[in-house]
Design a protein around this ligand. Structure first.
Ligand SMILES: NC(=O)c1ccc[n+]([C@@H]2O[C@H](COP(=O)([O-])OP(=O)(O)OC[C@H]3O[C@@H](n4cnc5c(N)ncnc54)[C@H](O)[C@@H]3O)[C@@H](O)[C@H]2O)c1
Length: 260
């Protein structure tokens, strides 16, 4: 059932990391995939290397006119849009005191307003088709708070709210909307903070190990979760948060307690 033969899928932020993996997973499941990103040469390269039918579309998810142009281009080429994966996002690490208003606004603009604009852009097509699946990539930071990620966390909680409300609004039109809450992704996202984070290596390792399945979510596991929500395998599922977090949000794991 987790097949997408002849379906058309648009994946944002697909020039690298999670988005590139999601695009590959959906293409392997039979979808015609359109990869979108602001990283143009990188995105074109990834699209050219994918197995199956894949093309690249330049798209800044914060720009309404670029969404309209992307949807037009896809409809001209493929005639339909069955799946939208709102994956593009930016990270900012900083406490509320260390996050300037313009940075906070920018994070919300890309991570929350972007998926809202994307949803609006594909809606007329999905409504006319009478079917569609929209998957937002949220985060473990969209399920629980953490110090030092206030802007990012707010943006990822926001996208889950968008998913739940629109799932209710659009279910009768045959459109499902869900979120994948990943506890892991592309380390490149931490690029600007990598050097600083090296001094917290033990702490970050402990954070990742202290869960049912130790370690971060792999790109493959995130891709499979998106495929499930994109395909008819999840036909009755809408408005959910699917954590791909190794049980990190299931509760606390305490060293030694298995032997009590
Ligand atoms: N990296 C992690 O540890 C982690 C953890 C949990 C969730 N996630 C989520 O996974 C998703 C993918 O992130 P990733 O880990 O692959 O990081 P990444 O930085 O490699 O990917 C983000 C992509 O989004 C693109 N992008 C940024 N701004 C854009 C814009 N305005 N328009 C279009 N594209 C834009 C970037 O160019 C990049 O290709 C994001 O939604 C992220 O929040 C990541």
């Amino acid at each position: 059932m987790s097949r997408l033969d002849d379906r058309v899928a648009l994946v944002t932020g697909a020039a690298r990391g999670v988005g590139a993996q999601v695009a590959s997973t959906l293409a392997q499941a039979g979808a015609r995939v359109v990869l979108a990103d602001i990283l143009i040469p990188e995105g074109e390269q990834v699209a050219s290397e994918l197995e199956g039918e894949a093309t690249f579309q330049a798209l800044d998810v914060t720009k309404e006119d670029e969404w309209a142009a992307a949807v037009d281009a896809i409809l001209t080429r493929h005639g339909r849009i069955d799946v939208l994966v709102n994956n593009a996002a930016v990270l900012h690490l900083g406490t509320v005191e260390n996050t300037p208003p313009e940075v906070f606004r920018r994070v919300l603009e890309v991570n929350t307003v972007g998926p809202y604009l994307g949803t609006r852009a594909v809606l007329p097509t999905m409504k006319a088709q009478g079917n569609g699946s929209i998957v937002h990539i949220s985060s473990i930071d969209g399920l629980v708070g953490m110090n030092g990620v206030c802007a990012y966390s707010a943006s990822k909680f926001g996208v889950r709210g968008l998913a739940k409300s629109t799932a209710l609004e659009l279910g009768r039109a045959g459109i499902r909307v869900n979120s994948v809450c990943a506890a892991g992704g592309n380390p490149e996202m931490y690029g600007p903070w990598m050097e600083k984070m090296i001094s917290f290596l033990d702490q970050t390792q402990h954070y990742q190990e202290n869960r049912g399945i130790p370690g971060g979510a792999s790109l493959e596991h995130i891709g499979q979760a998106v495929l499930y929500l994109a395909s008819d395998a999840s036909a009755g599922v809408t408005g959910i948060d699917l954590p791909v977090d190794g049980g990190a949000t299931a509760g606390k794991w305490i060293e030694g307690f298995n032997s009590l």
